[in-house]
Design a protein around this ligand. Structure first.
Ligand code: AHG
Ligand code: MN
Ligand code: MN
Ligand code: MN
Length: 339
């Protein structure tokens, strides 16, 4: 029987080898991973667990919250409050930051998360997930002053860790601390995360693009140009046929790209021209951008590297083009040619 490395062993070995996972960060990742196991149990119950359907409330994004959005948010918040590793948390489902209650010690990390990504897929049993991002709290926040929302407004390059869980046929956890990307599969019998892929790399080229085609008439010209060239296939300017996928759970589309290449686009469109895009910078685009770059891919907003963007608001949105490096560079070039 092949000896498998568990998440705990992986994090300890990573600390020994590269010193990039201090004990507090290791605790943080293990606590988040444990909370994702609990979310996976709820997800798996479906109708048997009273977790389907609407919660009857809206979030700060103006989205109708699903019961599982709220459940997953509560599980992650409760799991991370008492450990002493966090200064504060932020979530797609919480309007403002969640400070650590005074009865608990505070730590040096900020945790941001999309507790349930792909909410429109919950009730139809399609893969969904949880996305998280870890930043350091400014040094003077641990005891001199309380954490403020502005302390979260750091560019994606400041992330010390990022990851996502995907609740699909397998329950998997994808992690990076800046030394490549590793994938863990949940061994349900043991209840442990077991490393099943190490140092994952995204192919630099691809024949597969992911975009919500129903928005075509609203796209900007560079996006229309790119997609039409892909559709033209072998006889067109790309000289090859392309396939299209759109799962509408970012975690599932990114996971496919991590495993076999591809390009994912959720660009600006004219439906809400004042918004740069649908996806959120701090807890969707930044963590996924970190993971994709660590796997040798690229992530831009059509014009510049997502991780270099200076956030101005906690829930700000961003246009996303990520995946196989050469395709992302092409789409970004088309945007630059159009300015
Ligand atoms: P969330 O469920 O966390 O709000 O995120 C949904 C996002 C993302 O997961 C997905 O790629 C995108 O919304 C799908 O958008 P459309 O339904 O407009 O295709
Ligand atoms: Mn949502
Ligand atoms: Mn999401
Ligand atoms: Mn969500």
């Amino acid at each position: 029987m092949q000896k498998r490395t568990t998440l705990t062993q992986h994090l300890i070995e990573e600390q020994r080898a590269n010193g990039t996972i201090p004990a507090e960060l290791r605790l943080l990742i293990e606590v988040v991973a444990r909370a994702c196991k609990r979310i996976a149990v709820s997800v798996g119950k479906g109708a048997l667990g009273d977790i389907l359907g609407e919660a009857g409330s809206d979030n700060v994004q103006g989205e109708a919250q699903k019961k599982l959005d709220v459940i997953a948010n509560e599980l992650l918040t409760e799991a991370n409050e008492w450990g002493g590793h966090l200064a504060a948390m932020a979530s797609e489902e919480m309007e403002t930051i969640h400070k650590i209650p005074n009865r608990y010690p505070k730590g040096e990390y900020l945790l941001l998360f999309d507790p349930l990504d792909g909410s429109s897929n919950i009730d139809v049993n399609v893969s969904i997930g949880t996305i998280f991002s870890v930043l350091k709290a400014p040094a003077d926040t641990t005891n001199l002053r309380p954490v403020e929302e502005d302390d979260f407004l750091q560019p994606g390059t400041a992330q010390v860790a990022a990851g996502y869980a995907i609740y699909g046929p397998q329950t998997q956890l994808v992690i990076t601390v800046g030394n490549g990307v590793d994938i863990f599969t949940l061994d349900r019998e043991l209840g442990s995360w077991v490393r099943t892929q190490s140092d994952v790399k995204i192919p630099e080229d691809t024949k597969e693009f992911a975009i919500n085609m129903s928005n075509r008439r609203h796209w900007a010209a560079p996006v229309k140009r790119y997609v039409e060239e892909c559709e033209a296939g072998k006889t067109g300017p790309r000289g090859k046929d392309f396939n299209m996928r759109w799962i509408a759970s970012m975690v599932a589309d990114v996971h496919r790209i991590l495993n076999r290449g591809g390009i994912f686009m959720y660009p600006w469109d004219a439906r809400e021209p004042e918004k740069p895009g649908k996806l959120r910078l701090m807890y969707e685009a930044n963590p996924m951008g970190f993971i994709v770059e660590q796997a040798g891919g690229a992530a831009t907003n059509g014009h510049e590297r997502i991780l270099s963007l200076q956030p101005r608001k906690l829930h700000e949105r961003v246009s996303v083009v990520l995946g196989s490096k050469n395709e992302v560079l092409r789409v970004t070039q088309y945007h630059q040619d159009a300015t």
